[in-house]
Design a binder for this molecule. Sequence first.
Ligand SMILES: Nc1ncnc2c1ncn2[C@@H]1O[C@H](COP(=O)(O)OP(=O)(O)OP(=O)(O)O)[C@@H](O)[C@H]1O
Length: 641
Amino acid sequence: MELFTPSLDWGSEVWASLVWIAEAWAIAAVCTLAVLVLIGLCTTWGRQFWRITGAHFTGPGSVKVWLWLGAILVSVVAGVRLTVLLSYQGNDMLSSLQVAVQGIAVNNTPVKDSGVHGFWMSLWVFCVLAAIHIARLLLDLFLLQRFVLAWRVWLTDRLTGDWLDGRAYYRSRFIDDTIDNPDQRIQSDIDLVTAGFGPLPNLPSNGGTASTLLFGAISAVTSIVSFTAILWNLSGTLSLFGSEIPRAMFWIGLVYVLIASVIAFWIGKPIIWLAFRNEMFNAAFRYALVRLRDAAEAVAFYRGELAERSGLRRLFVPVVANYKRYLNRTIGFNAWNYSISQSIVPLPYILQAPRLFAAEIRLGDLTQSASAFNEIQNGLSFFRNAYDAFAGYRAAIIRLHGLVVANEEARALPEVTTLPSDDGLVRLEAVEVRTPDGRQLINPLDMRLEAGDTLVVTGPSGVGKTTLLRSLAELWPFTTGTLTRPCGPNETMFLSQLPYVPLGDLRAVVTYPGKEGSVHDETLRDTLRKVALSHLVDRLDEVQDWAKVLSPGEQQRIAFARILLTKPKVVFMDESTSALDEALEFMLYQLVRSELPDTIVVSVSHRSTVEQHHTHELELLGEGEWRFGPLGDGTRTGGTP
Ligand SMILES: Nc1ncnc2c1ncn2[C@@H]1O[C@H](COP(=O)(O)OP(=O)(O)OP(=O)(O)O)[C@@H](O)[C@H]1O
């Protein structure tokens, strides 16, 4: 009867494991890079991924990114090594028990003592391995989460910048394939793509690298390779229908899991687009709720609850219908996966038990075979089980890529050619404006305004006054011609009918588009007093939803305060006094004229009272025709088709 000998030389295992980790790390790094490059070159989603975020891995600061990735990979490989070592420790524990019991049975003290000693040693080994295992898990979580967070910061910054760049956030409404909910793509899909868990938002409770698609896959492959060697050594020959299968357990397991995976991919394929549509329908529903919240007052005045309710219901129906299909398909997919995972559990015992009974292997070998088999099966089924997670992940990549493409298309749309004017003049040369369906709104328009000139743009409703301002602000793509204007920072201001009111305190609201804090509080208070908002001077620190607190008339006075603070050389105003009474309108125009006498003011207005503050008039007559000239003296030039 043999004495117990451990399955590994634990004394030299520290060094051996470090060497193993270093080698496995290098092989895993090279293979992963090769696979990622192939994915990037050969798959659509790989190319899309690279286009969205490739610069994070190549641009300035990428050294840190790669170092961090390298550290995460060390953690992944070390995790696999620990699992391997734990499987040997498990083998030692059971085999030593077996030897001890056998020694007792035949009253052989040296054999019994070797078994007892081996058992306690294996428990010590377990304590050391367990401590390292816990430390690694915590470090793994930290490394992964900090990496993901830094990546998310970078990508959010890049995509918000990209969305704002060239006014893509506005002009993307004019492209052929408009996209839904860019805001949610930035907030939610970036989170999914950087976390890499699949369709789940990133949370520390999701777990460490093993739950992510990339590192989970690396861990699975490393684990398969490591345990394959163990299983290979523990496998015996099986006689089946008269023929001998060497290393039977290894080959049977491999074939079984491969066939199971192919069928699972086939069942799970529709989950990709079902997950995509699930997110899309939910996003549309969420957006409708946000719009209702924003327009709460208008809806409440209309008593529009019934219409809103049926609108919301209509948007929620596809959410439910798609979710049912998503659920059914996932149940089918899970049914297959669960059945496969459970039905394979007894296989290693069935194949190895006869060899144990024939004393060819020890008890620990049997259980290690089972655990090695289990690890390989888990590793291979990682790809099968991660299928729907991958589907959700790919859907997030597609959505982010859609945003990037839409931004680019929006920037590529035509716009009026804008040239800087050194002398402070505003000059329009052959500026022509159309509707999206090609209807001529303004025939080629030539006009020149000098410092201090003021122009009122008039004409019937729908004739194209606002669209002219949009064109001059480089927002409207259905336009041609050249605009020369002062182009320095804030030298030209465009004001819409209701000024934009940003989130934050009143200081930020009044200072906009300047940075909060860039204007001294006393100047802000003075300016508020000048525009008849003295009741607000003590509320600069107050954080409110100011768009809902301030009346439209007060908001329009804030717009005039911004003009006084910004001191532009040219200001274009679209019905900027429509919510004010005539006395206030008169006072504000006088204020702008006296404080900024050299500023060129262009006003779009319906009101005859506005005309008195202007020196020139551009009258839009409809069907593209216009008349331009000094106000009141009848010497107008005109444009006809
Ligand atoms: N995004 C758009 N898509 C299609 N047509 C548009 C769009 N925006 C404006 N239009 C059309 O362009 C025309 C000019 O609109 P615009 O808002 O410039 O008129 P306006 O003279 O400013 O009218 P009002 O005095 O009522 O403000 C209108 O017929 C309008 O329906």
